[in-house]
Design a protein around this ligand. Structure first.
Ligand code: Z16
Length: 797
């Protein structure tokens, strides 16, 4: 597409789609016009890919997830369609700032963190690989809350991304599916009719997902909840104005808001309704498509693979069995077999507080037929395995992890260590009964968004050096290794990183009014706030360093900028205290004349996908410091490494694999192993002993306790200090000394700029394996048994 054609397309949409005159058009109008112009180019390819999937009778993958953390879409679309040049030229011609347009797009924050972002990376990789696939999610009106700070405390505000028109979706009112809840069951022999007492409509909204170079396109289908009967005119006419709108409001509540739960199960009824609504609509849609192509339901596992992202859609098993058995008349055991061979389940955490259970009373009320079927599934599983105590339904609850496991043919962990821990802990007994079921698929990230798009300087250097094949063959980044021995090339690498750091410094100055020195170590920890991720250990180390500088302000300290980002679950008081402490520390430290040359603390609010894209390319040091055994994988860790940051981290999640790939000598390892954590935790008084043995730690804790960062309220952080002193389940104190040691190793290493840059470049060269393309190929081979379509130029057809 030429620049002139692009310009004409933008102007056309500005006038005829957006309904605006160029003279009065605002940034928003130009963004919409550009989005429609780009979207037009995508749609033909998208249709062609869909037609081919049908014509070639291909097996499809269905990715069911309550979360898709997709972020902004415009730049991604432009890059994958290779339209940057024509867009940049056209905008220049029109006198419109590219940066301003890109920044105007709201983030689609339909997810909490890693789990939702993984689903988004998977959608992009599936399209890039030419794999016929469809993502199913919920079209939340309000995504993850927006975070503000008020006197350093987190305040949550609704995220109303749908307030503006959303250029990327197509509403599909013709795809409307009835979803029932409650009511009663009438059994007829083995089968039953279910008569729900409440019915809602699920309406589809489709977003095209275009792969690299536009060679394949898939669909992300998000469900909106709508009332069966809208506005009650009879009631209105009787003068009952509020009640007239009630059924509508009730139904819409279902897709109103994303639960901000991150590793906590709240057991809320509305959440269970969301899960069933999402799953039932998706299963109906999958079967409708299948039955339009084939007339034998026994073929389902050959033509469809349903992946359930964590247990949130685990009701898919019973729902599929219900349709096959009750509605289509297939024998119960055969129905279970078909469902199992179609479904597979990904586990994302072993934290006990995150494992979903639903009370049998609530489940029986809301989903009476499913409750019966779960008991029959349990019964069948007992007969199959000769066991008696491994039921999904026990102790008055339905355990969704067990249900997910027994209704799947494959169950996967998300990093090598995590998968091994699944086998030896949470799923130990089930694993022994089904030793072939658990497989590992180490997570990945899309290199299109997480290198090419977010880090243009480094990407250009890479492409200038080895060509652009790395973009969809990220293992090619290995070819950079010889360049890391070339001093001239390393200078260019350093220049790219430095320019990224200058950009970030300017942004920090403008938005937060904090001045930072781009020559400092940019040390970044961004992720949800959680005790197991140990942001407070990083804060303690920051305090200890600050105190050390104050003791001797004229020594040669290595300057650091400590950057934090992340949201705390609104009911998780401890995590909110960590946020508050970080902000209180920033206030004291950034204005300390003795230390501020050497140490700054920066906590930009509202960490999200777009902020990650800004921060990660500017990082020198990636903080991956979770208690060993607790972080299933991590994916931020991969993004940092790929962008040339060094990692300070524990042997946890995918850190283990990162360290193996980049080389142990290029990784700042510290802390106990998962096994050591388990034995050490059993030794009473571990925290007190660790504090007694490390005066730096004792002093840092004492500084918090005595109000060093909250003079107006010295006791403010007693929850944290008491917990760390007396309990410390996550081993902050016991790992602190080694963490401090590793941080000082970082200082020493940073002094040799060229060597640091060489190792940083090696990180980029050696972490191409973490492309989500590799992950998706793994699922295709080990879990889905599916092949991709050949990649051709769809536009030429
Ligand atoms: C989540 O983001 C994850 C797990 C979970 O149970 C719930 C949520 Cl919202 C994360 C894991 O914590 C992380 O280690 C992993 O990399 C990510 O899921 C994707 O697998």
């Amino acid at each position: 597409m030429t620049s002139a054609e692009m310009k004409a397309a933008i102007l056309h949409h500005l006038v005829y789609t957006q309904g605006k005159d160029a003279v009065t058009a605002k940034t928003y109008d130009w963004r919409m016009a550009l989005s429609y112009a780009v979207r037009d180019k995508i749609v033909d390819r998208w249709f062609e890919a869909t037609r081919r999937a049908y014509a070639e009778k291909r097996k499809r993958v269905y990715y069911l997830s309550l979360e898709f953390l997709i972020g902004r879409l415009l730049k991604d679309a432009i890059i994958n369609m290779r339209l940057e040049e024509s867009v940049l030229d056209a905008l220049k011609d029109l006198g419109i700032e590219w940066e301003e347009i890109i920044e105007d797009e709201p983030d689609a924050a339909l997810g909490n963190g890693g789990l939702g972002r993984l689903a988004a990376c998977f959608m992009e990789s599936q399209a890039t690989l030419g794999l016929p696939a469809m993502g199913y999610g919920i079209r939340y009106e309000n995504g993850l809350f927006r975070q503000r700070f008020e006197d350093g405390r987190q305040v949550e505000e609704p995220e109303d991304w749908l307030n503006q028109a959303h250029a990327w979706e197509f509403a599909r009112p013709e795809v409307s599916i009835d979803i029932g809840f409650g009511g009663h069951v009438q059994e007829i022999g083995s089968r039953a009719n279910w008569y729900p007492s409440e019915v809602l409509i699920a309406r589809a909204h489709d977003t095209p997902v275009i792969g690299w170079k536009g060679r394949w396109g898939n669909t992300l289908r998000l469900w909106e909840a709508r009332p069966m009967h809208g506005f009650d005119l009879a009631r209105f006419n009787r003068g009952d104005h509020t009640a007239a709108a009630e059924p509508e409001a009730m139904a819409r509540t279902l897709s109103r808001v994303l639960y901000p739960d991150d590793h906590t199960e709240q057991g809320k009824e509305l959440r269970l309704k969301q899960e069933f609504f999402h799953t039932a609509a998706s299963i109906r849609d999958i079967l409708r498509r299948f039955e339009s192509e084939y007339d034998d339901l026994r073929l389902l596992p050959k033509k469809a693979a349903i992946q359930i992202n964590d247990t949130h859609p685990a009701i898919a098993g019973p729902e599929l069995v219900r349709i096959l058995h009750d509605e289509r008349g297939i024998d119960f055991e055969e129905a279970v077999g078909i469902a199992r061979n179609t479904i597979s389940y990904t586990n994302h955490t072993l934290l006990p507080e995150a494992l979903e259970t639903w009370g049998e009373a609530r489940m029986g009320r809301l989903l009476p037929r499913h409750m019966q079927l779960i008991d029959r599934i349990d019964d069948l599983h007992r007969r199959e395995t000769g066991t008696h105590d491994l039921n999904a339904h026990h102790d008055g609850k339905v355990h969704m992890g067990t249900l997910g496991f027994i209704m799947a043919h494959k169950v996967n962990g998300v990093a090598a260590l995590h998968t091994e821990l699944m086998k030896s802990t949470v799923f130990k007994d089930l694993h022994e009964l089904h030793p072939e079921k658990i497989v590992n698929e180490t997570n990945g990230v899309t290199p299109r968004r997480w290198l090419l798009s977010c880090n243009p300087r480094l990407s250009s250097l890479i492409t200038d050096s080895i060509g652009d094949n790395w973009v969809d063959h990220a293992e090619d980044l290995k070819k950079l290794e010889p360049f890391t021995e070339d001093a001239g090339w390393i200078e260019k690498f350093t220049a790219a990183k430095h320019a990224n750091k200058v950009d970030l410094s300017n942004w920090i100055a403008e938005t937060l009014e904090i001045s930072v020195d781009p020559d400092s170590i940019f040390d970044i920890q961004v992720k949800r706030i959680h005790e197991y991720k140990r942001q407070h250990m990083n804060l303690l180390e920051t305090i200890a360093y600050w105190l050390e500088i104050r003791d001797n302000p004229n020594a040669g300290w290595t300057p650091r900028v400590k950057i934090f980002g992340g949201k705390a679950f609104p009911n998780y008081i401890y995590a909110k205290e960590m946020v508050h402490l970080a902000n209180d520390m920033a206030k004291v430290m950034n204005s300390d004349p003795l230390t501020s040359r050497f140490l700054k603390v920066v906590f930009p609010p509202n960490y999200n996908v777009s902020l990650a894209e800004r921060l990660i390319p500017a990082a020198d040091l990636s903080e991956q410091i979770s208690t060993a055994g607790k972080e299933a994988s991590g994916t931020g860790n991969m993004k940092f490494s790929l962008n040339g940051a060094l990692t300070i981290g524990t042997l946890d999640g995918a850190n283990v694999e990162i360290r193996e790939l980049v080389g142990a000598e290029n990784f700042f390892l510290f802390g106990m192993t998962a096994e050591e954590v388990m034995t050490h935790r059993a030794e009473a008084g571990h925290a007190a002993r660790a504090i007694a043995a490390d005066p730096r730690l004792a002093r840092a804790l004492e500084t918090i306790r005595s109000g060093g960062f909250s003079p107006e309220e010295p006791g403010r952080y007693h929850m944290i200090t008491d917990n760390l002193t007396h309990h410390d389940y996550f081993m902050v104190c016991s790992d602190f000394t080694d963490y401090w040691r590793a941080q000082r190793d970082v200082d020493a290493a940073f002094a040799d700029k060229a060597e640091w840059a060489r190792v940083a470049a090696l990180n980029t060269a050696r972490t191409g394996w973490f492309s989500s393309d590799r992950t998706i190929r793994g699922y295709m081979r080990d879990v889905w048994d599916v092949e991709a379509a050949p990649l051709v130029d769809l536009a030429a057809e």
